[in-house]
Structures are given as C-alpha cells and as structure tokens.
Design a protein. Structure first.
Length: 332
C-alpha cells in the first residue's frame, strides 16, 4: 500500500487579486454597491433640503490711529502755538477687534437690537428669527438663555473678522438667513467697532489729560518756589558782588528757567490732550462697503450630496471586500 504524503495544515487565504479580478468582483456585487451608494445619497438629499439658506455680506476696512496732526485738529493746535505729534504712542485698539466682537457686552448689543426681517410684519430680535423660545421663569434660566444666545452668535458661524498681517486690512463677514438681515448686522457691527475705536482713543486721551493736569499742578508749585527763592536771594544780596553770590544766583535762575520751560511744555501738552479728547474724526475707513447679497452663499447642496455619495460608494466597496475576506478566511 502506497504511503500518502503528510497532510498540510490549511492556512488563511491570502490570494492576491488582479485588476481584472477586482473589476469582475465589483460587477458581481454591483447591487450591494449601488444600493449602499443610493442610501447615502438619499440621506444626504434629505439632510441638504432641511438646511436653511444663508446669505453673506463682506466689508473691508482699515483703521486710523488717533493722529491730531491730520485735518482741522492740526490747524486748531497751530493757532495756539502748539506742535502736534504723530500720535504713534497710542495703543491701537484695532488689534483687538477679534476679541472685541466676542465680548459678551458687544454681542448683547447685537442681540438686544430689533431687526427688519423679510416675512415679519414688525422688527424682531435675533432669537425670534432663530425660532428660540425664551425661558424667563427664573433669573438663572434667563441668564442661561442669554448665555446660550451669546455663545451661538460668537461661535464664528454668523460673524467672522480677519486681519491681513501684511496690509492690515480688516475683513468683516456676516452670514444670516435673509439678505436684509445680513446687511443690517454687518453695518451695525461696523458702527459698533467705530464706536469702540472712538471711545478707546478718547479714554486714552482723558487719562493723558488727567496725568498732565496733575503734573502741571506739581510743576506750578515748584515754579512758584523757584521764583520766591530767587527773589528772596536777590533782596538779601543787593549790594554783594562776591563770586559765590553770583554763582548761586545763576544756579537759582537756571532752576527757575527749567521749571518755566517744563511748565510751558506741560501746558502745551495739556491743550493737545484736550483737543484729542474732543476728537470726533472717523477712525475707520471703508475700502469695501457691505452690500445687499442677492445670491445665497450656502448651503452647497449639490456638493454635500456628491461628497456623501462618494463616501457611500467607497464604504459599500469596502464592505464588499471585507465580506469576501471574512468568508474566505473564517467560513468553515
């Protein structure tokens, strides 16, 4: 009796498929792939149709520092014999625009304003546009509702602000459900930013004026003391020609001249600070004004459906190959 060769253990099937085999395999499972892709596409269509339209309005602007050397302020200062500086020592509030539009008090100014919206007979608040119901049953719930509204508005979906580091051009973009609302909020945010700039510079000028005013009072006392000391010294030494007396008189005169010059310069700076404090010149210059959007900016429903369908196709193909691998390796 012929001896049979030893039986080898059968390991997992790791056969490689050629391109032709892959094509035939996909054709054999075309029903699965088509159905899976269709399900994903149908779901994407259903979701895309429920998404509300939104419109976009954009404004581009540059900011100007509070420089009284521009315009009529320089003329006013020149009439008083004042030399107005460049104003570069001021802090530039525009660097903090991105933080300002996220500030709670800033956002509440937008939420508390009534807007004229298509489809409403009267002006409405944003929470009414969003269809949110206000719960005012308790103070805590009112605050929680207010916080929810604030977080939604400053989340970056509706209002965005970017600054080009090279050109320092600030771009403000608003996105809302209707064209008129989108334009109104963009214009309102611009006015709030202009007000913030104006108040920031005015506050800086006010602090500067107060500081100079205090220094003037101190220097005035020193000036008066210097004058009194010099007058008293001359009265005591009217007939004296000693060198020490002459040197002491020169020293007192130098101190008096120094205090006089310091007092004059502080008075000039005080007048400049008062002019800056009353400065109402526009600090925001629009390069591109916001316009009423005509065509919706989103959502891009066809793109959503196309991407979802491709994902469904890939997942269906992956599932078909995974089922083949599982059947080949683990089915008894």
């Amino acid at each position: 009796m012929q001896e049979q060769p030893p039986r080898q253990e059968k390991g997992p099937v790791c056969d490689e498929m050629s391109l032709k085999d892959v094509v035939f395999f996909l054709l054999r499972h075309k029903v699965l792939i088509i159905v899976g892709t269709a399900l994903f596409a149908t779901g994407a269509v259903s979701i895309a149709l429920t998404l509300p339209n939104y419109y976009q309005s954009t404004a581009k602007l540059v900011t100007r520092t509070s420089d009284p050397s521009n315009g009529g302020l320089a003329q006013m200062a020149a009439l008083a014999g004042l030399s107005v500086g460049s104003g570069k020592s001021h802090m530039d509030p525009s660097k903090y625009f991105a933080d300002v539009i996220r500030d709670r008090s800033f956002v509440l100014k937008i939420l508390s304003k009534h807007w004229f919206v298509e489809g409403y007979a009267d002006s409405v608040l944003l929470d009414q546009v969003w269809g949110m119901e206000k719960d005012s049953s308790s103070e805590n719930r009112r605050y929680a509702y207010e916080t929810q509204m604030v977080n939604r508005l400053r989340g970056g979906e509706f209002i965005t602000l970017t600054t080009d580091r090279k050109t320092e051009v600030v771009t403000l973009t608003t996105r809302f459900m209707t064209p008129a609302l989108t334009l109104q909020i963009n214009q309102h945010v611009l006015s709030l930013l202009a007000e913030y700039m104006r108040e920031s510079f005015r506050s800086q000028a006010q602090e500067k004026r107060k500081f100079i005013e205090e220094r003037i009072a101190e220097v005035a006392v020193d000036l008066e003391n210097s004058e009194n000391r010099l007058a008293s010294f001359k009265e005591r030494n009217l007939a004296t020609t000693a060198p020490k007396v002459f040197l002491e008189e020169q020293r007192l005169q130098r101190k008096l001249a120094l205090n006089q010059e310091l007092y004059i310069q502080l008075k000039k700076q005080f007048e400049i600070a008062r002019i800056e404090e009353k400065n109402d010149q526009p600090l925001i210059e629009l390069l591109q004004s916001p316009e009423l959007p005509i065509v919706k900016a989103g959502p891009q429903r066809s793109r959503i459906v196309a991407i979802t369908a491709i994902v469904g196709l890939l997942l269906s193909m992956t599932f078909a190959f995974a089922r083949r691998w599982y059947t080949s390796n683990f089915r008894k």
